[in-house]
Design a protein around this ligand. Sequence first.
Ligand SMILES: Nc1nc2c(c(=O)[nH]1)N[C@H]1C(S)=C(S)[C@@H](COP(=O)(O)O)O[C@H]1N2
Ligand SMILES: [Mo]
Length: 331
Amino acid sequence: MHLIKDHGFTHPHSSEITPREQFERRRELLRHLATGVAGVGLASWAARDALAQTTAGPGKLAKLAGSRSAVAGGMVMDKPTPYQDVTSYNNFYEFGTDKADPARTAGTLKPRPWTVSVEGEVGKPGTFDLDMLLKLAPIEERIYRLRCVEGWSMVVPWMGYSLSELIKRVEPTSKAKFVEFITLADKSQMPGLRSGVLDWPYTEGLRIDEAMHPLTLLTLGLYGEVLPNQNGAPVRLIVPWKYGFKSAKSIVKIRLVEKQPVSSWTRAAEQEYGFYSNVNPSVDHPRWSQASERRIGEGGVFAKKRPTLMFNGYEAQVASLYAGMDLKKFY
Ligand SMILES: Nc1nc2c(c(=O)[nH]1)N[C@H]1C(S)=C(S)[C@@H](COP(=O)(O)O)O[C@H]1N2
Ligand SMILES: [Mo]
């Protein structure tokens, strides 16, 4: 976004821009680049991306159009991880614990019809089917880093909108202090449920202010298409400043609650997976360092590691949520 603003264009909110206008803007930027107005120093992929509509899809699943996000921090400039890697190296224990399992076995998941019920401490509980969710707010493309607690990361162009759009609709009461997310648990669709690695259903939770933060994304797609099953079809969460396991997949229920919920991972190993689980290079996992990470798609295990960033690089946007908190204690 700042790429465009820096060169003298005013950039309206993405929901106000039609695809046609976006196209015109990028043509104009292209002209400026061609005449040297933009100067040097643009990363080549960023210049390329600024000219594209949104990140191109591979043409495998139904298209899901969206406009480039104007949310602060919504578009990291790192090169996106190839679609092939994003969709073949997954953690989705309902489909097996090996990284290659979900791509192989998640074909049995039926992402349609699907409903998400939103309930608990709300004035207007409701059940939203997929078509309602797709129309609830304008779909945006958000390019986020995803940092797994295991020490690898990806950069993914997700499609969706801020979770706050959905939560606002159900009118949380003053007792709604936390939000719990619950994944589908259906043995007939999810072969991994036979294993006892985690208590099913997979559950996760956020504090209400974390859930309402604009970066918290109700995610319906990636790379300009609907979500592949292995990535949590048809609807999942992405909380980019937290370790990946906080981003629950294939959500069927969202519950607003008064007490801090206990997640599946916390129940499995409390000393290792705390409620907050903010990406933090200076707080080690009990069994390994979190100071650096391996970017998937960058030359495998022999590639140079990257330093892990505080709050996964979203410090400017989210640090204020944790003002005065001891992040070693609230890991
Ligand atoms: N329901 C459910 N959600 C889940 C998981 C899971 O096993 N089950 N794994 C988590 C972990 S550990 C990570 S790193 C991310 C991986 O998302 P991706 O496969 O789309 O990259 O999903 C998270 N969400
Ligand atoms: Mo993870």
